[in-house]
Write a protein that binds this ligand. Structure first.
Ligand SMILES: [Zn+2]
Length: 113
């Protein structure tokens, strides 16, 4: 269970197969420069957590007899995907030209302290 492994210090073993084999093949590349994906997603802790959450919900949905793809898309993918790939607010926003995992919140001293 994912919650027993939080916070994730690295991508769970099953996550790359889901991301590369299930998620990415169904996402259409955008010509817009408002979308950024990073092939080094494993180096983005915030992305790893969101992708793991998406995977967990996907696996849960597959195990449900009355699973709703609509609810998965609306409640999970439509919620998390912009927070991953949006060029302004997504986890990969620094990776438009090349990978830049950036800094973590709290890694810099606040001014005057
Ligand atoms: Zn990156």
């Amino acid at each position: 269970m994912l919650s027993e492994r939080l916070p994730l210090t690295e991508a769970p073993d099953e996550l790359p197969e889901f991301v590369d084999g299930v998620l990415l093949p169904y996402l259409t590349p955008s010509e817009s420069n408002r979308v950024v994906w990073c092939t080094e997603w494993r180096d983005h802790p915030d992305a790893v957590h969101r992708l793991a959450a998406i995977h967990e919900e996907w696996a849960t949905m597959l195990g449900e007899e009355d699973a709703s793809l609509h609810l998965f898309l609306r409640d999970v993918l439509d919620y998390h995907l912009p927070l991953l790939i949006d060029s302004e607010k997504g986890a990969f926003r620094r990776c438009g030209g090349s990978h830049d995992a950036g800094r973590q919140l709290g890694s810099e001293k606040r001014a005057g302290r």
